[in-house]
Design a protein around this ligand. Structure first.
Ligand SMILES: Nc1nc2c(c(=O)[nH]1)N[C@H]1C(S)=C(S)[C@@H](COP(=O)(O)O)O[C@H]1N2
Ligand SMILES: [Mo]
Length: 364
């Protein structure tokens, strides 16, 4: 079966409708900027074919001047902004959680993440020109153009919201380019929001409308999904009102090489991966060859000019012949680290699977 247009030939496809796919980890770790063909795709419904020439962005709600903007108007009326930022799904590394106990959702390996340079205009600048209210406690809701079908929910358009305070931060972009090219269809052509530091779900693709309002979006995606629920909640008993809205992504890291269950030669073994801490900086990454009984510090690579970018790390571990459990944990500049055991953070939706990443290998 041939790949749909835009799907890199190496992507591992979890589902074709909706289209969900992630890159093999060794490919992900090759370049600091993730190319389109290696960038994960997470969609919930259709991938709309929108015309950049006729597409319009509506800006309304608690504003003095509602706007209807073409892409040319966005480009002409507002200063161009470029931000390098990670986009990461709240379900990244869910496969680890499913190994503890089943959860709903696709079994993402650590590849539901990518780093790119996004170009567009600042949402803050557009809100300013629209005369958006700056009252405390407001939200900015977004409506997209893709259609989602869910049992019990019927057909609806994707929608989410973020707090106005984040929406007015300079890093939040209405983006029309990714790594210098117009957005690809699967990544939101012709216009998407990019909210650095937040879970990918808050960065709507195929963006059609922006509304300033006094409450979060009542869309299914915001109200009854993408919340962190207690360990004892189930599909049947869940009280969505009491879930924690997943906005800022917690600290995480992953081993990209060697691969799970790799058979290696004994001796010095390169181990490489990524770490990401949202608004904070990664200050240390520990790597272990014995499941976390002993740790060695990795060498970090980070572009200080790109605070929303990920940190690549690498280390060389001396492996004796036999089985080993490689493990990694990162530390941020508040002295925080990741939980040791996935079982301690298990939830039935499989979100925020950020425990030490453990990779069994054997050496001979
Ligand atoms: N309109 C729309 N925006 C969306 C989604 C979607 O299904 N529809 N998925 C969200 C989720 S959960 C993630 S993780 C990111 C994935 O972005 P990508 O496919 O460009 O990697 O887009 C977000 N924005
Ligand atoms: Mo996601």
């Amino acid at each position: 079966m041939s790949s749909p247009p835009g799907i890199g030939p190496d992507l591992l496809v979890h589902s074709r409708m909706p289209l969900n796919a992630e890159p093999p980890l060794a490919r992900l770790r090759r370049t600091g900027m993730t190319a389109r063909e290696d960038f994960y795709i997470r969609s919930h419904g259709t991938i709309p074919a929108l015309d950049a020439g006729t597409h319009r962005l509506r800006v309304g709600g608690r504003v003095t001047t509602p706007l209807l903007l073409s892409l040319d108007e966005l480009r002409d009326r507002f200063p161009a902004r470029t931000v390098t930022a990670v986009l990461q799904c709240a379900g990244n590394r869910r496969a680890d959680m499913q190994a503890v106990r089943p959860t709903s959702g696709d079994p993402w390996a650590p590849g539901a993440i990518g780093n790119a340079t996004w170009t567009g205009v600042a949402l803050a600048d557009v809100l300013e020109v629209a005369g958006a209210s700056t009252d405390a406690g407001l939200h900015v809701a977004f409506e997209a153009c893709d259609e989602i079908e869910m049992p019990g929910e019927g057909r609806f358009r994707y929608g989410v919201s973020i707090p106005l305070a984040k929406a007015r931060s300079p890093e939040v972009l209405l983006a029309f380019e990714m790594n210098g090219d117009p957005l690809a269809p699967e990544h939101g052509h012709p216009l998407r929001l990019v909210v650095p530091g937040y879970a990918g779900v808050r960065s709507p693709k195929w963006l059609g409308a922006v509304t300033v309002q006094d409450r979060p979006s009542d869309n299914h995606m915001q109200a009854r999904d993408y919340k962190l629920l207690p360990a004892d909640a189930t599909e049947e008993t869940v009280d969505w009102e009491r879930g924690i809205v997943i906005n800022e992504m917690p600290l995480t890291s992953a081993i990209c090489e060697p691969a799970l269950n790799a058979r290696l030669s004994a001796g010095p073994t390169p181990v490489r991966g990524y770490a990401v801490a949202g608004a904070r900086a990664i200050v240390r990454v520990d790597v272990s060859a014995d499941g976390g009984r002993h740790w060695q510090q990795a060498v970090l690579e980070h572009d200080v000019a790109a605070p929303w970018s990920w940190t690549f790390w690498s280390a060389t571990l001396e492996l004796a012949a036999g089985p080993h459990e490689l493990a990694v944990r990162a530390w941020d500049d508040a002295g925080q680290t990741q939980p040791a055991a996935t079982g301690d953070v298990w939830n039935f939706k499989g979100y925020l699977s950020t425990a030490w990443h453990r990779v069994p290998v054997s050496a001979a």
